[in-house]
Design a binder for this molecule. Structure first.
Ligand SMILES: Nc1ncnc2c1ncn2[C@@H]1O[C@H](COP(=O)(O)OP(=O)(O)OP(=O)(O)O)[C@@H](O)[C@H]1O
Ligand SMILES: [Mg+2]
Length: 481
């Protein structure tokens, strides 16, 4: 069953549960109160009649005494007196029946056959009984009491037609039945429209989830409501954003891996092709001594390049998979390591490395000193390769805010084109491949650097201008003590 059908059916059931019983209760309360009012007014009407008969008899008695008769009324006299008095009401719509002690009619203007057994007639003196019974398709209220007239007991019944009250109840129940059908139909129409309107955003959400399930991860729900469905739609959109980002990330990772493999294959094939080519040539034996030596030098250089490439690759793989524990190390020690590693290269190109680290030289920082040495030497190596003989490279270390160290390597070399600045961090990327290969570069140095920076919770940033030089700034989070 669909959600809108559930809303629709539940509303109808709730309506029927509350509307029908409460309406029936209202009608029956009104019926009971009307009937009770009718009974009360009939009782007082009946007592009024009894009193007027009794006072009429008393009046007659006084009249007879004043005329000189002092004997007691006979039963026949009383009967004829009642009859003549009540005959005045014969034409009115008042039904009265008076029975004597033998249950013989003294007066009766109720011209309808009454049942044989009438329990209301079994009563003692002063007692009042009433009963409601159907006679000839009409409903009548019988109020009976016993009165004493000159030591004779009479049963006085006041009869009232109460069919109207019953008909009224029947009429109201009939109206309720029709009203119920009418309101239920209207409610059904309104609820179909309303429930469809309520579930419209849910249907939108369903369509969007279906599209996403089909692989359309850019799909979003347009949120218009501010209710729970709106919140759900917003959460759904946020979830879709996260999924899309994750998928993008996975795709990027997979692309990066593929590019890495492609570049690696290429980087391996180039020196190997040369080595194989020269080795093949040497097998022919048709060469002079100089060619022989040049070929061997080339094979040796390319072999060294391959060795360097494999060692750098090993480092990169190790950095990506290992967990490092930071140790408190002094900047002084780091500088010594760097100088030891870089001095021969700097000397060979007659380049001066100007170090400025006075503010932090004697401080200890939490770091992996081997990784930091690799980081800085790679950056100095890049600056060195970009500089001309006799140039100067500036290396500054200073503190930044509470627990950050800045390493700054500044050269006045050839610079990096702005469109390549982000790409140089990708493995094997080189701005000018042939020139970098001639410099023994493999395009892995900066990829290594950015992994080391990540391990130290830092950031690496390059500012460069073609022909003017490059500044590489590394900010590492290393607490000091
Ligand atoms: N200071 C710099 N000045 C000019 N170009 C630079 C500088 N640093 C990096 N580059 C460019 O960025 C590229 C990538 O540098 P990266 O250090 O990753 O590789 P590489 O130095 O060529 O080789 P490797 O470091 O693996 O020996 C370089 O090939 C170079 O073109
Ligand atoms: Mg490098």
């Amino acid at each position: 069953m669909k959600f809108w059908e559930k809303i629709f059916i539940c509303t109808l059931i709730i309506f029927e549960i509350f509307f029908v019983p409460s309406s029936i209760y209202l009608i029956s309360s009104s019926f009971k109160s009307n009937l009770q009012m009718e009974i009360n007014s009939s009782i007082s009407e009946q007592s009024r009649f009894c009193s007027s008969i009794q006072s009429n008899l008393a009046f007659l008695k006084i009249k007879r005494i004043s005329s000189g008769y002092n004997d007691k009324f006979t039963k026949e006299t009383i009967n004829s007196m009642i009859n003549s008095y009540l005959n005045n009401f014969r034409d009115e719509k008042i039904y009265l029946q008076i029975l004597d002690e033998e249950n013989k009619n003294v007066f009766n203007n109720f011209n309808t056959n009454l049942p044989e057994t009438r329990p209301e007639l079994n009563l003692s003196s002063g007692e009042l009984k009433y009963i409601i019974r159907d006679v000839n398709k009409e409903t009548y209220l019988f109020i009976t009491t016993q009165i004493n007239l000159e030591d004779n007991y009479y049963k006085f019944s006041y009869i009232k037609d109460v069919s109207k009250i019953y008909e009224n109840r029947k009429y109201l129940l009939n109206v309720l039945f029709k009203l119920n059908i009418f309101v239920a139909i209207i409610l059904a129409i309104v609820m179909i429209i309303l429930s469809k309107f309520i579930v419209k955003p849910i249907n939108k959400l369903i369509k969007s989830t279906e599209k996403i399930a089909e692989g359309n991860f850019g799909e979003r729900v347009t949120v218009i409501t501010s209710d729970e469905i709106g919140v759900l739609s917003r959460n759904f959109n946020s979830m879709a954003d996260v999924i899309e980002d994750k998928i993008e990330e996975l795709k990027k990772n997979s692309d990066d891996k593929q590019r890495f493999i492609d570049d690696l294959t290429h980087e391996l094939r180039t020196p190997l092709t040369s080595i194989i080519g020269y080795a093949d040539f040497l097998r022919t034996g048709q060469y002079d001594e100089e060619t022989f030596l040049n070929s061997l030098t080339y094979i040796c250089d390319e072999g060294k390049r391959l060795e360097k490439l494999s060692s750098k690759l090993m480092k990169l793989i190790m950095l990506r998979n290992e967990k490092f524990k930071m140790k408190s190390e002094s900047i002084q020690k780091l500088l010594l390591e760097i100088e030891r590693a870089m001095t021969p290269k700097l000397k060979s190109k007659n380049i001066k490395l100007k170090i400025s680290a006075d503010s932090v030289k004697n401080l200890n920082f939490l770091m992996d000193i081997d990784l930091m040495t690799i980081l800085v030497t790679n950056l100095i190596d890049n600056a060195l390769k970009a500089s001309k003989d006799g140039d100067e490279i500036a290396f500054n270390i200073y503190k930044y805010e509470q627990a950050s160290l800045i390493f700054e390597i500044k050269d006045n070399g050839m610079g990096i084109p702005s469109e390549d600045i982000q790409k140089v961090f990708e493995p094997f990327y080189m701005v000018d491949k042939s020139r970098e290969r001639a410099n023994n570069g493999a395009g892995i140095g900066l990829a290594l650097c950015s992994e080391i920076v990540k391990i130290h919770n830092g950031e690496i940033h390059i500012d460069s201008e073609i022909g003017k030089g490059t500044t590489v700034r590394v900010k590492c989070y290393c607490e000091y003590n």
